[in-house]
Design a protein around this ligand. Sequence first.
Ligand code: HEC
Length: 311
Amino acid sequence: MDQQSVYKAETDFQEILRTPHRLFGYTYLYFLAVLAVIGILYVNNLNPVGNNRVLPVVLKDSSAFVLEIPYQSPGVLPPVDVRAASVPSDAMLTRGREVYRANCASCHGDNGQGDGPAGLVLNPKPRNFHSAEGWTNGAKISQIYRTLQDGIVRNGMASYAYLPPSDRFALIHLIRKFNPVPPMDSEPELMDLETVYQLSKGSVIAAQIPIREAERRVLAEHSGDVIAAAQRYKRFEESDDPAAALFARVTANPERALTALQSATSRTGTLDEFIRFVTPDPVQLGFRASVNQLDRESWEMLYQFVRRVML
Ligand code: HEC
């Protein structure tokens, strides 16, 4: 065989094109394989496809950078005279600096340049108070007051409505000190603050405790039951009860699931209530997202098991 005929024998595409069924003969195996894979995937996921059910996505907690809310006693805040409060004084600026350091510097930076460490990830960036440009609500006293009252939540600026009005005016004057040419409010704009927020009447503030503390207290209230339930669960887990195996399979964190259920016994009295309690956010409750794929029979089994463990 000379060189040329070897070459010809290896790559005779023309020959193949003349008899296309041979091409098919080579490739249909691949089609078959691909079809088989798609088929297997489809059959394995028939349940979610058939029910048109999408597993819940676990979102990252985008509010994680927000500071914990502080302890606060209930009380009535002294009335504020808008006209007097709109004139900066040294005492206000000193107070403003204190409140600013504690609440704002993390994002807006120590000197108000919008370069605080917690603000780096935000888009838009925290306002640089030295610049007169690009304010969303504006740099007038009345406009900043509104920003602090309502926040600009869509852009990552929280509401500071829990700060007493006098502290808010202190902050406003401090922020405006950074501005080379702070815009002035007209008399009606200032008086609008009084009309809208009734500052001369004083404001009532409700008592509050930090969220973590509230969680801890709720848990402590139930801790006896939770420990007892955890001990009973351990015994079930060691036996080879199929319901215990099911519970273990659908929970990522069994203790957490038991704790959540224990503190919600009044909301999980029937099977349907139980399902409604778990399904919206199973992961948060210590379950796995796959719990939402259970059929009703398995839910029933899970429910009965939970009732046995909780007593
Ligand atoms: C978690 C970060 C963060 C903290 C803490 C924070 N801010 Fe902001 N702030 C922002 C962001 C982001 C913007 C930009 C919003 C925009 O562009 O609309 C902003 C904007 C502002 C503005 C300008 C609003 C406008 O009209 O453009 C003011 C005024 C302001 N903040 C004051 C404060 C004060 C006072 C505090 C403390 C009590 C504070 N901020 C705490 C993130 C923060």
